[in-house]
Design a protein around this ligand. Structure first.
Ligand code: FE2
Length: 411
């Protein structure tokens, strides 16, 4: 980590913790308590669980005379850490009408006050600083989940309530509309390095940095747009098994799906539910809320493929520093801040990956099965949270995240 002062750390801690509370300001207590599906959590649970992380992993081990705010919270707000002990079942988080939202906010305030007392003593302890930074990065991940989960919840309401106004949510609903036709940017590839290079924070799954070989390839200059996806929908793309992976075809058929999540065909054409309520579909905006199966089927239909995560990362590094050697990468748009981009790479350990010791070792490593890597970041990702080496991951069926498609092809 960069050298930091107590004031830096305290300010960073306060800013990130306050942002979580600000995110629920537009919501009622009823909004905050409901759970729309097992994959999503109530906003109240996110607020409590991120607090639990600091109380369980930082205060319990380092606070003189530690006493829990409420001993029952250790189980109630444990997400998946078997090393911590028992946990409340995930699909039943929405049944926790107690503690109230008010009590959860009091829990947050209590832990924040205790953390503020602890912070001046932690700077000498590198490992403890790293743990607190992990807690803050964890909280930022939950800030995005809070928004995706609230969007799903509100979408289940036939009144289609808005979380916020169109000027401020989902990237101002401008989400960088595409004006230019899709371009193909060639990259030489070769023997390249990917993974965290040191300096600044990274999750354990971004390491070790290692070499990998890439054949020459091309990446789409921007993400696939709503207009392009309408052509796939109206051209029968969801009805022709030739485009689909076998599992994807069965998944699509079992749920009778023929358009992305949150799309509706109404009088006047296609609409989509957004955090600003139901909106007419904007042709030039990137298409959002796709499963891996849909992303892959579209790519085949379009005569292309999904990028590998190594191709994506290499291209993102090149885009940040294209250089003069003609290796490509200049002109890539919408890498960050728009939609997470599915890659065809299964989520697996990098060569030489080591799980950290203790319960925080459960953070990433144990999920490295049956999921795909997504790269970039979305309009719901807190600013400054993502980077070129960041590895997000979800199962092939997940649609409620802000997921989109960038095409690739061989050269
Ligand atoms: Fe978590």
């Amino acid at each position: 980590m960069d050298p930091m002062t107590t004031a830096d750390l305290a300010l960073r801690y306060a800013a990130i913790r306050d942002h979580s509370v600000a995110l629920v300001a537009p919501l009622s207590a009823e909004d905050c308590g409901a759970q729309s599906m097992p994959d999503a959590s109530p906003a109240k649970w996110h607020l409590a669980h991120t607090t639990w992380f600091f109380e369980t992993f930082v205060l319990e081990a380092h606070e003189p005379g530690f006493a829990p705010f409420n001993p029952a919270f250790r189980v109630l707000f444990n997400s998946y850490y078997n090393g911590v002990g028992a946990k409340h079942p995930r699909p039943q988080r929405g049944l926790l009408t107690r503690p109230s939202l008010q009590e959860v906010l009091a829990y947050r305030a209590d832990v924040d006050a205790r953390m503020a007392r602890l912070l001046p003593a932690v700077l000498q302890d590198q490992a403890l600083c790293a743990l607190i930074e992990l807690g803050l990065q964890h909280e930022q991940q939950h800030q995005e989940l809070l928004l995706t989960d609230i969007k799903h919840l509100l979408s289940c309401n036939p009144l289609y309530p808005a979380y916020g106004d169109a000027a401020t949510v989902e990237g101002g609903l401008a989400i960088a509309p595409a004006t230019a036709p899709l371009g193909w940017l060639p990259l030489d590839g070769g023997l390249v390095e990917i993974g965290h290079a040191g300096g600044g924070f990274a999750f354990d799954n971004e390491s070790p940095r290692h070499r990998t070989y890439l054949a020459p390839f091309a990446l789409a200059s921007r993400l696939v747009t709503n207009a392009e996806w309408v052509a796939f929908v109206e051209g029968g793309g969801y009805q022709d098994p030739v485009h689909w992976l076998a599992e994807g075809w069965d998944w699509r058929g079992a749920q009778n799906l023929d358009h992305p999540l949150y799309w509706q065909h109404r009088e006047g054409g296609w609409h989509r539910f957004s955090l600003a309520g139901l909106q007419p579909l904007q042709a030039g905006q990137p298409v959002l809320h796709l499963s891996y199966y849909e992303a892959d089927a579209y790519a085949r239909w379009a005569g292309a493929r999904l990028p590998t995560e190594a191709e994506w990362e290499h291209a993102a590094h090149r885009a940040a520093a294209p250089g003069a050697d003609g290796g490509g990468g200049a002109g890539l748009e919408q890498l960050f801040g728009t939609a997470w981009q599915w890659t065809q790479s299964g989520y697996a350990a990098y060569p030489g990956f080591r799980v950290a010791e203790g319960a925080v070792g459960e953070y990433n490593g144990k999920f490295m099965v049956n999921q795909y890597v997504l790269r970039g970041s979305s309009c719901a990702t807190p600013p400054g949270h993502a980077r070129a080496t960041y590895r997000n991951f979800f199962p092939a069926t997940a649609r409620w995240q802000f997921t989109g498609v960038r095409l690739a092809r061989d050269l």
